[in-house]
Design a protein around this ligand. Structure first.
Ligand code: PLP
Length: 495
């Protein structure tokens, strides 16, 4: 967090937000004497007056990032690498991608976490002693969506297999199921975690269910103990879509190492950004190799040199090409060096504001809350839940009034997937090539399904995630929310 305001301003702020320290039942929403509490939408002054561009700029680009990208550009090695001449000089992964995989494995906990970094000489004796390292449990991709598709393939998802998925996620967690010939089965979202509701997941299991895809939405860990217990009981594979959750933990385990396989998107707005990219991670190195066969034929060439059976596919792979650009890998390595520090700063800012907002009566999804005990969440995005029954005004009126105060707030940006035309109008059957599958044809995706998820999604307010905000800006947001919620009954409700 940037330097705080002066001690005087601190005292003013403390006075203004003593309500933040009281329990919601004893809330005093009245503003301090001398502050004009008229909402901007009703003609009062705006609460948020500080510039917000720098506070919310992401990714943060440094000279090191630029130098990393330039290093690759100037090297002239813009694609894959090559095996040494004595091994045929054939294509192999780019050293930059391999280095990123090793560094990410270390960042996730390395050997102790089941993600060892090894000398390539352990696999290919001819390369022993040359200092080449590999992380057999991490596989870089050109984006997270490709990594999810390769991961589903590696988990054995095939025609007609049902995969239980959330509706509240980005489409990449779900649509790749179709391209394996699988059938996404949407389950309700748990209000406490904004991820899959374990009880509803259990209800939707059938003899065709093969896997569960869990998204740790916005950086909030899903109820993994319950979900894993269900999966193990029914022999299901679990993919964690950890694209929002780099660095989050669940009962002291890193998110991404609890299920069978995980994917971390590295897309430009993610906590670990690159110029597009994705990482597939699994403690099971065979699953990782299987994913490599799907979209990274160049990984199979060294396998051939080792005499590994997957080397048989070196000339073709399985028909996709998902290798990560070395420029992206270089940027990502550079960003990885700052990831822990930047995530801590972002979290400190969001927790600071969350405490004030939860004292105002909003649910803020902080680590330690009910359903989030023993978790450490991160803040890919910062959403809070508004309860109309408590305040009176419809959520749209609140968002409008907060926007008039200068807050950058909105409804959640992901549309509910089970309501999207690709499902409701039947395209999914064609994409999954299941037109002749009786059971798949009988499935109807009904927008009215998942009533709890739909109702819950309509009560969320999205704020910026404040990667570099000052306390003053966060205080201005808290003031805006206090002003608007105090005056909820007076807000205009017409569109
Ligand atoms: C939850 C989630 N899963 C998967 C992805 C896909 O990642 P990518 O954009 O890198 O393909 C994204 C984001 O973009 C995402 O938000």
């Amino acid at each position: 967090m940037a330097d705080g305001p002066s001690p005087m301003a601190d005292r003013r702020r403390d006075a203004l937000y003593t309500c933040a320290m009281t329990s919601p039942s004893t809330l005093d929403l009245h503003p301090p004497v001398g502050i004009d509490a008229t909402p901007a939408i009703l003609g009062g002054p705006k609460a948020v007056t500080l510039p917000q561009e720098e506070a919310n700029r992401w990714p943060i680009v440094t000279d090191e990032d630029e130098a990393a990208a330039l290093r690759i550009i100037r090297s002239g090695e813009w694609s894959g690498g090559h095996l040494p001449r004595e091994l045929g000089g054939y294509p192999c992964p780019h050293p930059e991608a391999l280095a990123l995989e090793c560094e990410f494995a270390q960042w996730m906990g390395g050997e102790a976490a089941g993600l060892p970094v090894m000398d390539v000489g352990d696999f290919i004796p001819q390369l022993a002693g040359r200092g080449f390292k590999v992380a057999p449990n991490v596989l870089s991709h050109n984006n997270g969506t490709a990594a999810i598709l390769a991961g589903l393939h590696a988990m054995g998802i095939g025609p007609g297999d049902e995969v239980i998925v959330p509706s509240t996620t980005w489409w990449s967690s779900v649509l790749p199921v179709l391209h394996c010939g699988g059938v996404p089965v949407f389950a309700e979202t748990d209000d406490r975690t904004l991820a899959l509701d374990p009880a509803d997941v259990a209800r939707r299991i059938t003899p065709r269910t093969k896997a569960i895809v869990v998204t740790h939405l916005f950086g909030i860990p899903a109820a993994m103990d319950e979900l894993m217990a269900i999966a193990r009981e029914h022999g299901l594979k679990v993919m964690e879509d950890a694209s929002h959750a780099h660095g989050a933990t669940y009962r002291d385990q890193p998110i991404g190492l609890i299920g069978d396989l995980a994917v971390f998107s590295l897309q430009g707005n993610k906590l670990l950004p690159s110029a597009e990219g994705g990482l597939l991670v699994s403690r099971d190195a065979d699953l990782v190799l299987s994913a490599a066969r799907y979209g990274q034929y160049e990984r199979l060439v060294p396998l051939k040199a080792m005499g590994h059976p997957l080397g048989e596919y070196a000339a073709t792979g399985f028909g996709h090409k998902y290798r990560m650009s070395p420029v992206s890998a270089a940027l990502c390595r550079s960003q990885l060096r700052r990831l822990t520090e930047r995530t801590a700063q972002r979290s400190a800012n969001c927790v600071y504001l969350s405490r004030r907002l939860s004292a105002l009566g909003l649910k803020t999804y902080q680590s330690g809350e009910e359903g989030l005990e023993n978790t450490q969440r991160v803040y890919f995005e910062f959403l809070v839940r508004y309860d109309q029954a408590k305040f009176g005004a419809p959520i749209k009126a609140i968002i409008k009034a907060l926007s008039a105060e200068g807050c950058q707030v909105s409804a959640p940006r992901y549309p509910l997937l089970h309501q999207q035309p690709v499902f409701t109008q039947g395209d999914w059957l064609r994409l999954a090539r299941l037109e002749h599958d009786e059971s798949a044809r009988a499935r109807v995706y009904d927008p009215a399904d998942l009533p709890r998820t739909t109702a819950g999604n309509g009560t969320l307010i999205k704020l910026p995630s404040f990667p570099s905000a000052s306390k003053e800006l966060l205080d201005q947001y808290a003031a805006a929310f206090a002003k608007v919620l105090t005056n909820a009954s007076k807000l205009p409700t017409q569109a």
